[in-house]
Design a binder for this molecule. Structure first.
Ligand SMILES: C[S@@+](CC[C@H](N)C(=O)[O-])C[C@H]1O[C@@H](n2cnc3c(N)ncnc32)[C@H](O)[C@@H]1O
Length: 264
């Protein structure tokens, strides 16, 4: 039976090994708090190396305003990390099928609204008060996500919903229109052999010559920014202690971030 298979990845990454945490630089107080209390308890798929990357992005001089959004929440592991950066006045958006799992056509994760709400209450900087939860299919035109979120309003957007080519094309188009010009989009499972639809979707998206372009990748994530800010973010990522080398992807210079090697 189709639904008898466990949804998606076999080994949820919900541990934060102490040794790794020690060699990471985290300055933002809310990120430090979530790293120490919460992250390891929230089930999901997100490397704890993202604390260092997001902390670096949060401390740079641009991209200071706006909320965050994620398509593909599951229990909120990454969403909670991103929303730590927002102010109480910033509107954030959590989009997932949640209980409508019959529409989860590629069985990527399994959102659970009750668990997510409980995690917001326990670990979110604002106990979820600045979060609008949208339960539905990101490809559903009736949701009108661009209008609902607002054009050019978000600092960070995580694309981690359906993993087919079509989902990627749909969700990247929403991300491109709703982030600020200085904002950063994070795509999950880039180059993951179990989810080739993500790589194909990103490559096809890039063939349309979009204004959202790749700038860094590592820890199973691709980081994208608007092309006007590519030079800024490229030089920022190049100075990141996790940077390994500069590579080329779809015609753009991209910084590869390491999986294993600590800073230095
Ligand atoms: C891999 S999980 C997300 C993991 C999460 N970002 C984390 O930090 O652990 C993928 C999520 O996408 C949701 N999803 C799948 N297809 C979707 C769609 N078409 N629209 C919205 N959400 C979708 C699933 O319900 C699931 O919760």
């Amino acid at each position: 039976m189709r639904h008898a298979r466990p949804h998606r990845k076999t080994r949820p990454d919900h541990r934060a090994p102490a040794a790794e945490a020690e060699c990471m630089q985290i300055n933002h107080p809310n990120l430090l708090g979530y790293h120490g209390e919460g992250f390891s308890r929230v089930q999901g798929w997100c490397s704890d190396k993202l604390f260092a990357v997001i902390d670096m992005l949060a401390s740079c001089r641009i991209n200071k305003a706006g909320g965050v959004a994620e398509i593909g929440i599951h229990h909120g592991k990454l969403f909670l990390l991103l929303n730590q950066l927002t102010g109480a006045e910033d509107s954030s958006f959590a989009i997932d099928l949640f209980e409508h799992q019959t529409l989860n056509i590629d069985k990527s994760g399994r959102g659970n609204l009750a668990i997510f709400q409980e995690n917001l209450r326990k670990y979110d900087a604002h106990q979820g008060r600045n979060v609008r939860i949208i339960a539905g299919d990101s490809t559903d035109p009736a949701l009108d996500l661009v209008a609902t979120i607002g054009r050019g309003t978000l600092r960070f957007f995580s694309v981690d919903g359906g993993h087919t080519v079509q989902h990627l094309l749909n969700d990247l188009a929403i991300a491109q229109q709703t982030i600020t010009n200085e904002g950063v989009v994070i795509v999950d499972d880039m180059f993951h052999f179990e989810w080739p639809g993500v790589t194909e979707g990103v490559v096809r998206y890039m063939q349309s010559f979009p204004t959202l372009v790749p700038v860094a990748m590592g820890h199973n994530k691709l980081y994208m920014c608007k092309m006007s800010y590519h030079g800024f973010y490229l030089s920022l990522f190049e100075r990141c202690p996790l940077a390994v080398r500069r590579v080329s992807f779809c015609g753009w210079s991209v910084i590869a971030l390491s999986h294993d090697r600590p800073a230095g």
